[in-house]
Design a protein around this ligand. Structure first.
Ligand SMILES: [Ca+2]
Ligand SMILES: [Ca+2]
Length: 245
C-alpha cells in the first residue's frame, strides 16, 4: 500500500511540476506519517500545503486452502468448502496438484466426452495415515476422505506455508498448522506437499477404501541423506504451518 501511495504521490508531484505550480526543489512531503502532505510554492509565491490522509496499510487479503477441514480459522472467511480431489495415485500423467472441489459443481453442457479416455481424471482423496496416524491425529483417519475449505484472510498481503514448523515468524499470523503430507514415495503420481490441519477430520461415511489421490505423512531423513540429525528426526512426521501477514 505504501508503495502504491508513493507511486500515486509521485504522479501527483509530476502533475504539479508539469502544471508549473512549483519546481521540484520547492516540493516537500512527509510520507510515512499519519497524514501525508505536499507543500509547494505557487507562481505567485504563495505556500500551499495539501494534506493526504493515510489509508489503511493492510492489503486486500489473501486466499489459502485449509486441507483436512471444512471451515476456516477466524477471522478468515470461508469462500467455499468441499472435497479434496486429484489424480489417481498410481497413474502416470494428469496433474501434480490436488484441488478443493466445491460441493455443488456446475455443468453448463450436458454433452458427454467421447471417447471417454481422452480426459484427465479427478478422484477423491483419502488419508493413508495407517496405524501411526491414530496417535498423530488422535483419531483414525485411515481411508477416510479429505475435506477442504478455501479461506479468505482479509487485510493480508502475503501467505506462506512453512515446512517443519508449527509456529510462524514474528509479526506473521498463524492461520493453522498441521502435518506435511504428499503422495507415497513409490507411487507414480507425484504431488505437491500440502499442510493438512492438525485437527483434520474425515468426510462422513467415507471409511470404505477407494484410494484415489492419497495423503501420506512426510519424514525427513537425517542419517546419510543430507539433513542434520538432532533438529531432524528419522521416522517422525514433519509438521507445517500456514502463515499470513
Ligand atoms: Ca474412503
Ligand atoms: Ca486407501
Amino acid at each position: 500500500m505504501d508503495f502504491l501511495r508513493s507511486i500515486l504521490l509521485s504522479c501527483f508531484l509530476v502533475m504539479l511540476i508539469k502544471c508549473n505550480y512549483c519546481s521540484s526543489d520547492s516540493v516537500s512531503t512527509n510520507l510515512g506519517q499519519d497524514i501525508s502532505f505536499v507543500s509547494y510554492q505557487t507562481d505567485k509565491n504563495q505556500s500551499v500545503t495539501i494534506k493526504i490522509p493515510r489509508g489503511p496499510t493492510q492489503g486486500g487479503g489473501v486466499t489459502y486452502i485449509r486441507w483436512g477441514r471444512s471451515c476456516c480459522p477466524s477471522p478468515a472467511r470461508s469462500i467455499y468448502v468441499g472435497y479434496v480431489a486429484g489424480p489417481f495415485y498410481n497413474e502416470w500423467g494428469s496433474a501434480a496438484s490436488r484441488l478443493c472441489l466445491p460441493t455443488e459443481p456446475q455443468y453448463p453442457s450436458n454433452e458427454k466426452i467421447d471417447p471417454a479416455w481422452a480426459v484427465s481424471y479427478l478422484d477423491g482423496a483419502e488419508y493413508e495415515t495407517h496405524a501411526p496416524g491414530k496417535a498423530i491425529f488422535r483419531k483414525d483417519l485411515q481411508n477416510k476422505n479429505v475435506p477442504c475449505a478455501v479461506c479468505f484472510a482479509p487485510q493480508k498481503t502475503a501467505k506462506l506455508m512453512i515446512p517443519a514448523k508449527i509456529s510462524c515468524p514474528e509479526s506473521w499470523t498463524r492461520e493453522y498448522y498441521g502435518y506435511l503430507m504428499t503422495s507415497f514415495r513409490d507411487h507414480v503420481n507425484n504431488q505437491y506437499y500440502e499442510c493438512v490441519d492438525v485437527d483434520a477430520i474425515g468426510i462422513d461415511n467415507t471409511t470404505p477404501n477407494h484410494d484415489g489421490t492419497l495423503f501420506y505423512f512426510t519424514e525427513a531423513r537425517c542419517e546419510n541423506h543430507g539433513l542434520p540429525c538432532g533438529p531432524y528426526v528419522n521416522q517422525q512426521a514433519l509438521t507445517c504451518a500456514v502463515c499470513t501477514k
